[in-house]
Ligand binder design. Structure first.
Ligand code: GTQ
Length: 373
């Protein structure tokens, strides 16, 4: 395992260490003219000792952003904007519009009675409901009603549209998509629904009612698509599951009591490219620091506390969103001695695991990083 010191040493045997000479510089110019280059001029950059994320750890505070997001309601219509969204723009990832790594995220807002038309794309999406009554999403003709902390999937290639019923209230939610990843793969297609809105063809919430029953699967039904048929995961059963599990486990020293959302047919991730989990930090809990590959976007579903990411402290409260870039040290602290805190996490772990790129490491034995700030 490369240490931090080794990461900065590029002059070791076996690593590129060629000094520029006028002759070499002229040679590089010549190669460039033929769209070629000498590997030793880039080798140490393109083959780092350990992952070097360009993403910056950030917390997006809801108290700072909410009013700005709501302002967009007066500025643009969903018809004109397609999706009325303010996206999270990581300073290290502006070129690909990512919140962290290859994950895009945004805050979408909708008034009662508004609808954002149906479309489909190669990117997969989730939405995590933040506030409001009456929000719904339609996925391939299945309508899902959505409340706070519910989490809904719109997988790769599915038609989807969002709206708020006329008797609802102003709704805000977090979108999370693998747009930057699919663009990096140069595989993104996009299509608008010919009728602009889909016909609802099933009983409301049928997919969760069919596939979302603990320990039971519908007799005689089959599902072979690459994503979960349980399009919506509700907050109440999620919190109940965490509470039950917390009653009989010590949890992980690094993550507290954590559960992954799964495809009930495979027990694997909810979609092929995006995974999600919810973790409970018990009152006063301070997790041990570790790091792993993959990009992680946390949404504070409940409570308040802070996380130390690469030595820097980030305070968070309910509805704040923060990111942990690949291979960044991180530990979480629940600030309350009485209440638990819950963190929803969207990540690209399914990609890391499927491609054999997942790796993790604990931070020594001292139980935590020393915050620099
Ligand atoms: O709702 O389908 O924030 O396609 C960005 C792109 C949301 C969506 C976003 C999208 C959507």
């Amino acid at each position: 395992m490369a240490t931090e010191r080794e990461n900065h040493r590029e002059d070791v045997a076996g690593r590129a260490n060629v000094e520029d000479t006028p002759e070499l510089l002229a040679y590089y110019d010549q190669l460039e003219g033929f769209h070629a280059g000498a590997l030793w001029t880039v080798a140490n950059k393109i083959e780092p000792w350990a992952p070097k994320s360009r993403s910056v750890p950030i917390v997006w505070r809801y108290k700072d952003l909410r009013d700005h997001v709501v302002r967009s309601v007066d500025l643009v219509t969903p018809e004109k904007a397609g999706r009325r969204v303010i996206y999270l723009n990581n300073p290290g990832r502006q070129d690909v519009a990512a919140a962290v790594g290859w994950i895009y995220a945004g805050l979408q807002v909708m008034n009662p009675g508004e609808v954002a038309g149906a479309h489909r794309h190669s990117a997969s999406a989730i939405r995590f409901i933040m506030e409001g009554r009456g929000a719904y999403t339609v996925v391939d003709g299945h309508k899902m009603t959505l409340g706070a902390n519910d989490f809904v999937l719109t997988p790769n290639g599915t038609w989807h549209e969002h709206g708020v019923s006329a008797d609802g209230s102003l709704c805000l939610w977090q979108d999370g998509l693998d747009i930057p990843f699919v663009n990096a793969m140069e595989a993104n297609f996009y299509e608008v629904h010919p009728d602009l809105n889909q016909a609802v063809g099933y009983a409301v919430d049928d997919m969760t009612r069919t596939w979302g029953n603990p320990g039971l699967t519908p007799y005689g039904e089959s599902w072979r698509k690459g994503y979960s048929p349980m399009f919506k995961y509700e907050w109440a059963p999620t919190y109940e599951a965490l509470t039950k599990y917390a009653g009989c486990t010590d949890g992980s020293p690094f993550d507290g009591v954590m559960m992954e959302y799964v495809n009930p047919v495979t027990n694997g991730p909810v979609m092929q490219t995006l995974g999600a989990s919810m973790q409970m930090l018990r009152p006063g809990e301070h997790t041990r620091a570790h790091r792993h590959t993959g990009s992680y976007l946390y949404h504070v579903a409940k409570g308040r506390g802070h996380s130390i990411i690469n030595g820097k402290r980030f305070d968070w409260a309910e509805r704040d969103i923060f990111c942990v870039p690949s291979w960044a040290w991180h530990e979480h602290v629940n600030a309350s001695d009485r209440e638990d805190a819950c963190l929803f996490c969207l990540n690209d772990l399914p990609v890391m695991r499927a491609l054999g790129l997942y790796r993790e490491e604990a931070f020594g034995d001292n139980g935590g990083q020393q915050p620099l700030l």
